[in-house]
Design a protein around this ligand. Structure first.
Ligand SMILES: Cc1ncc(COP(=O)(O)O)c(C=O)c1O
Length: 394
C-alpha cells in the first residue's frame, strides 16, 4: 500500500466526506512548489484557493510564526493583545483610514460579521424592517447558514432550507435588476468586485458606480466581499479600487494570514460604531498567532509591492494563456484568472490532466479553469505552467 493509499483509507474511515477530492495528498511546499506524499513535485497555480499569496513556507512568515509560538499563542478577547490593533492599523491605512476592523477566522465569518453589522446599523437608522441584504446570482459568500442565504447559488441553498430570512439575489452586473429590488427595507448590498467561485467574473466599473449611487439614495450600505480578491490578488490592494468606488464595509480572509486562518471585517467608523461591546465576538478572533501571521504577511506584501507584481505577472499569464490552443477566452484581473476552454474540452478533466503533469489549478466552471498562483510567481514559473497546460490540452 502506498503512502497515499494509506492516507486515503484513513480519510475515508475518519473524515466526514464533504469534499470531492482529487487523488493527491500534499505534504510540503516552498514558494510556488508543492510536493505530494510520493515526493512528486508540482507548480501551485491555485495557492490553496487564493490563500498563500506569498507562496508556501515564506521565510519571514515562518520566522514570525515560530517566534510567536514561543512567545504567546493565544489570550482571550477579554483582554487586549499587542498585535491585533497593529494589524487593524495596517488594514485601516490600506483602506484609506477612518475605519475599524473586527477579526475572525474565515471568509464566511467575515461576511457574517458584515451582515450582522449591516442589520444593526440599518435597524438603528431605518427602523425594524431595515435588515434585508441583496446580493448577486453567481456570488459566493460562505457556507454558514446566513452566508449561504446570501450566496446566489440556489443549488447550494436547496438542501439546507429553511435559511435565515432577509436575503434576496439579483442578476450580477445588472443595474436595473438591482434598482428594481432596492426598497426601504434594504440594509446592505453585498457584492464581490470579481465573482471568484462563480467563474471569475469581474463587475463593470459603470455597474459599481451605479450600485454606489443606489446605495446612497436608499441609505443602504455597500459591502464588498474581498475575501478572494483582497490584498493584491487583482493587481490592486482591493478589487474595488479598479472602479474607484468606495465601499462602507470590506470583508477579507484568505490571503491575510498567508495560510494561517484569519478573517477581517472592516467598516467605516460610524458604521462600526453600531456594534456595542457584547454584540459580536469569537474566541480565536485576532489572537496573537493569527495576528502575527497577518502582520508578517502585510509587511512582506508592502515591502514587495505585491499589487504591482500581481498586475505585471497577471498580464504575462493572461497573454500567454490567450495563445494556447484550446483556450477560447481569458478573463479576470491581476492573478485571479479564468481560462475559458474551447469545446469540447471539459474543465474538470483538463484540471485532472494538469495535476498528473504537475500543475495545480482548478475547474471553476464546467468549461473554465481558474489560475491563482502566488503573487511572487516568477516569469519562468508562468511560462512553465502555461507549457504544462498547453500539453494537457493537446
Ligand atoms: C468571495 C468569497 N467570500 C467568502 C468566502 C468564504 O470563505 P471561507 O471559505 O473562508 O469561509 C469565499 C471562499 O471561497 C469567497 O471566495
Amino acid at each position: 500500500m502506498s503512502a497515499f493509499d494509506e492516507l486515503q483509507r484513513l480519510d475515508a474511515e475518519n473524515v466526514m466526506q464533504t469534499y470531492g477530492r482529487l487523488p493527491v495528498a500534499f505534504v510540503r511546499g516552498e514558494g510556488t512548489k508543492l510536493w505530494d506524499s510520493e515526493d512528486n513535485e508540482y507548480l501551485d497555480f491555485l495557492s490553496g484557493l487564493a490563500v498563500t499569496s506569498l507562496g508556501h513556507a515564506h521565510p519571514d512568515v515562518a520566522a514570525a510564526l515560530a517566534d510567536q509560538a514561543r512567545t504567546l499563542l493565544h489570550v482571550s478577547n477579554l483582554y487586549y493583545n499587542d498585535l491585533q490593533p497593529r494589524v487593524a492599523q495596517r488594514l485601516n491605512a490600506l483602506l484609506g483610514g477612518g475605519g475599524r476592523a473586527f477579526f475572525c477566522n474565515s471568509g464566511a465569518e467575515a461576511n457574517e460579521c458584515a451582515i450582522k453589522l449591516a442589520r444593526r446599523y440599518g435597524q438603528r437608522n431605518g427602523g425594524p424592517e431595515r435588515f434585508h441584504v441583496i446580493s448577486a446570482y453567481g456570488s459566493f459568500h460562505g457556507r454558514t447558514l446566513t452566508t449561504l442565504a446570501a450566496t446566489g447559488q440556489p443549488q447550494k441553498q436547496e438542501t439546507f432550507q429553511p435559511l435565515p430570512e432577509g436575503f434576496r439575489q439579483v442578476a450580477f452586473d445588472d443595474l436595473d435588476a438591482l434598482a428594481g429590488a432596492m426598497d426601504d427595507r434594504v440594509a446592505a448590498v453585498l457584492l464581490e468586485p470579481v465573482q471568484g467561485e462563480g467563474g471569475v467574473n469581474p463587475a463593470s466599473t459603470e455597474y459599481l458606480h451605479g450600485v454606489r449611487e443606489l446605495c446612497d439614495e436608499r441609505e443602504a450600505l455597500l459591502i464588498m466581499d474581498e475575501v478572494q480578491t483582497g490584498l493584491g490578488r487583482t493587481g490592486k490592494w482591493f478589487g474595488f479600487e479598479h472602479s474607484g468606488v468606495r465601499p462602507d464595509v470590506v470583508t477579507l480572509a484568505k490571503a491575510l494570514g498567508n495560510g494561517v486562518p484569519i478573517g477581517a471585517c472592516w467598516a467605516r467608523a460610524d458604521v462600526a460604531a453600531a456594534f456595542q461591546p457584547g454584540d459580536h465576538a469569537t474566541t480565536f478572533g485576532g489572537q496573537p498567532l493569527a495576528a502575527r501571521a497577518a502582520l508578517a504577511t502585510l509587511e512582506v506584501m508592502e515591502r514587495e509591492n505585491i499589487p504591482a507584481r500581481a498586475a505585471r505577472a497577471g498580464d504575462r499569464l493572461t497573454e500567454a494563456l490567450a495563445k494556447v490552443d484550446g483556450v477560447a477566452d481569458v478573463r479576470g484581473a491581476g492573478l485571479l484568472i479564468a481560462a475559458e476552454l474551447a469545446p469540447p474540452h471539459d474543465a474538470k478533466q483538463v484540471a485532472q490532466t494538469c495535476l498528473e503533469r504537475g500543475l495545480v489549478l482548478n475547474a471553476v466552471t464546467p468549461t473554465a479553469l481558474r489560475l491563482a498562483p502566488p503573487l511572487l510567481v516568477t516569469d519562468a514559473e508562468i511560462d512553465d505552467a502555461v507549457a504544462r497546460l498547453a500539453g494537457a490540452l493537446q
